[in-house]
Design a protein. Structure first.
Length: 298
């Protein structure tokens, strides 16, 4: 009987160890491997360096520097990168396209990187001719794509193109129209695209992403369901609200399923107050996590 108690204790310890091991196996089996990979702080740093360049308006030095820095970040993450130079509506546009594999039918995940030439929605008329800094409207989408590029597993990345559109945000200004980069990109396609996901204005601290009304309904439902499964139903609101003129439209017009992920309830839209302090790292992570988890299932 002297050895009975130690044997019992050892047996109990082994049972507890087995239960703990089983719990960990089940936990990690149910937890997307990509979920913990998206680094919100690093993504926010991508917003800050873009803002440090100044407004990335077409034709500016900041615009040129942005193209260079996006390429460097993507190449450093192991992606093949090219700059697509095209003419659309009389303007030169420079789209940045990153591929990881040679998929014959890739999923396009895209954001625009230009910022607006004129803050025409600014409440101060004296500031309305100033350029928009573009922290949420431009830099936030770019930041999410760059962090995704760093952490996306190869088996997922091999069927994804990350695309950074030029000249999305200049409509209603003299000589300009909206979404020039995406129009040129879709018109130049010589292969099939499985689907397109646009991220735009997704860094707002009070993140409210409603279903965009023109977007493909089935594709929208997949992404919103993924967000809900991750605990992000509060940010991805399963209700239609806006019909947005954005970079998803050329894809839809070409018969390609596309969705616009956008928080249009942003009070600093097209004003000089669209600055980095309005952007939340946590909001960037909500969108990044959701897209990584959705892409992993495609």
């Amino acid at each position: 009987m002297k050895n009975g108690k130690p044997k019992v204790l050892i047996g109990v310890a082994l049972i507890l160890l087995s239960i703990g091991t089983l719990f960990l196996v089940l936990f990690f089996a149910k937890t997307p491997q990509n979920l913990a990979a998206f680094d919100a702080s690093r993504a926010y740093e991508d917003v800050l360096w873009q803002m440090a360049l100044g407004p990335r308006t077409p034709g500016s030095q900041a615009h040129t520097d942005e193209i260079k820095m996006i390429q460097e970040e993507l190449k450093g993450a192991g992606w093949d990168v090219k700059v697509q130079t095209l003419i659309q509506d009389g303007h030169q546009v420079e789209n940045i396209i990153a591929a990881h594999g040679k998929s014959q039918e890739p999923i396009v995940v895209a954001a625009h990187y230009d910022s607006r030439l004129s803050a025409d929605q600014d409440p101060d008329p004296l500031l309305s001719t100033q350029p928009v800094p573009g922290a949420d409207d431009g830099a936030s989408g770019v930041a999410v794509l760059l962090e995704m590029a760093r952490v996306m597993p190869a088996e997922t990345a091999d069927h994804v193109w990350l695309v950074f559109f030029d000249a999305e945000d200049q409509g209603n200004l003299p000589g300009w129209d909206w979404i020039l980069g995406s129009k040129a990109f879709v018109a130049s396609l010589n292969q099939k695209i499985h689907a397109a996901v646009i991220v735009d204005m997704i860094g707002d601290k009070d993140l409210n992403i409603y279903r965009e009304e023109a977007s493909d309904a089935a594709l929208t439902s997949q992404i919103w369901e993924t967000a809900a499964n991750l605990g992000y139903a509060k940010q991805f609101i399963d209700t239609p609200k806006y019909n947005i003129l954005d970079d998803h439209l050329p894809f839809l017009e070409a018969g390609i399923p596309a969705v616009d992920i956008i928080d249009f309830d942003y009070p600093y839209w097209h004003t000089t107050s669209d600055t980095a302090d309005k952007v939340s790292p946590e909001s960037l992570k909500v969108v990044g996590d959701t897209l990584l988890a959705w892409l992993a299932k495609q």
